[in-house]
Design a protein around this ligand. Structure first.
Ligand code: OAD
Length: 255
């Protein structure tokens, strides 16, 4: 790692690098939505996986055992996500997209908040909680009863269109993410523990190809000692400051 900076102490080399960047890739995780009131997965006490067992809620086997329970759990998360509002971190990333010559946002989040904040060049690596698919017959019809989790075409169970443990990621999303990581000159990792693969591999691909790797995270991660720049703090505070310093003050970015 070259440097570790405080939240407001952005080095001139970083500002220059972002000004000159041609292809920026941003990978986000649950931490970007934490300031919108949505729980992360691995934070002690508050993380979802500190309260619930993934093998009871986020696997095909769990769904087969108890589809109602799994559907209910995702319905609660869907309702929470709909009530939440994009925060300053989401908005700063959407603004970055407008300024970078080439840009891709790759999120592990399924909450839909990036799209709601205006991000358009977006890959949802782990799916989207607001979409459902027919579990039984993979019906192409989208006549779904979302309240009861039933496919109205075949009467079978619906499942959320998210990636569960043990499942493959959508091939097109993963392909796009890998290509973008290979080609970018600046790579941001924001609000992710960088522990879940293949997302956690993307910064390594980018770094091996010579990209500058910048991490913004509340706590240290396996990436922290290897990043070119690492900022420990809240994404919703650091990102707007960085955006203002690099691309100038913008009304939208004011806290
Ligand atoms: P984690 O819960 O593993 O990590 C969230 C990270 O965000 C932690 O390192 C926190 O320190 C950090 N964080 C919390 N609040 C923050 C804030 N305000 N600003 C910046 N950082 C903050 O979540 P993910 O890395 O997203 O997969 O987890 C990856 C995947 O594991 C998820 O997509 C999910 C989960 O199992 C599936 O469900 C397939």
């Amino acid at each position: 790692m070259k440097k570790r900076e405080t939240a407001v102490d952005f080095p001139a080399s970083l500002i220059r690098c972002l000004h000159n960047a041609q292809k920026i890739v941003v990978v986000t995780g649950a931490g970007i939505s934490a300031e919108s009131g949505l729980p992360t997965f691995r934070d002690a006490q508050t993380g979802l996986w500190s309260k619930y067992k993934p093998e009871e809620l986020a696997t095909v086997e769990a769904f087969k055992r108890n589809p109602k329970l799994v559907w209910a759990w995702y319905s609660i998360r869907r309702a929470l996500a709909l009530r939440a509002q994009p925060n300053a971190g989401h908005i700063a990333i959407a603004e970055m997209e407008k300024r970078a010559p080439h840009f891709l946002l790759i999120t592990q989040n399924v909450d839909g908040l990036h799209a709601r904040s205006g991000s358009q060049k977006l890959v949802e690596l782990h799916g989207n909680l607001h979409r459902a698919i027919c579990f039984e017959n993979n019906c192409s019809s989208d006549k779904f009863d979302l309240t009861n989790g039933r496919c109205l075409n075949c009467g079978g169970n619906l499942r959320p269109d998210v990636v569960w443990f043990g499942e493959m990621l959508p091939a097109s999303a993963l392909g796009a993410a890998n290509r973008a990581a290979e080609e970018c000159d600046v790579f941001f990792s924001i609000g992710t523990s960088s522990r879940v693969y293949p997302a956690a591999e993307l910064w390594q691909i980018a770094s091996q190809r010579g990209a500058v790797v910048i991490e913004i995270n509340k706590d240290p991660t396996p990436l922290t000692p290897k990043a070119d720049y690492s900022f420990l703090g809240k994404a919703g505070e650091i990102l707007p400051l960085l955006m203002r310093q690099v691309w100038g003050a913008e009304e939208k970015l004011r806290n």
